[in-house]
Design a protein around this ligand. Structure first.
Ligand code: FES
Length: 114
């Protein structure tokens, strides 16, 4: 599978994040950083698989916190901040004109169960 259009730049305002569902039913979280960087990550927290679109909070400095148990992630890289041995899968993305595309091919959401 190749890139597919997931939403437009008008759908996610700078500094915000919103979930969308791909054609095969994968939920992804589109993060629009204030520096215009678009990052698309898995929409489930690796800890206990709660949806980040419901429990996630994005701070101005780009820290994505799952408010269920306060796991924190770098929303640009997906790397865990606390704890550090976890991460979010990042899906390749690109922007063409006003459209945002995602490629979910071969990428599996991270799970921890710890
Ligand atoms: S489910 Fe996200 S921190 Fe526990």
């Amino acid at each position: 599978m190749a890139y597919e259009k997931i939403c437009t730049l008008d759908d996610v305002w700078e500094g915000e994040m919103k979930s969308f569902v791909t054609k095969n039913g994968t939920e992804v979280l589109v993060i629009a950083h204030t520096n215009e960087q678009i990052v698309i990550v898995q929409n489930i927290c690796p800890h206990q698989e709660i949806k980040l679109s419901k429990k996630g909070n994005l701070s101005e400095d780009g820290v994505l916190t799952c408010t269920a148990h306060l796991w924190k992630f770098n929303s640009s890289t997906g790397k865990g901040i606390n704890p550090t041995d976890c991460k979010l899968s990042i899906y390749p993305s690109k922007v063409d004109n006003n459209d945002i595309f995602v490629n979910i091919n071969g990428i599996v959401p991270e799970k921890s169960h710890s």
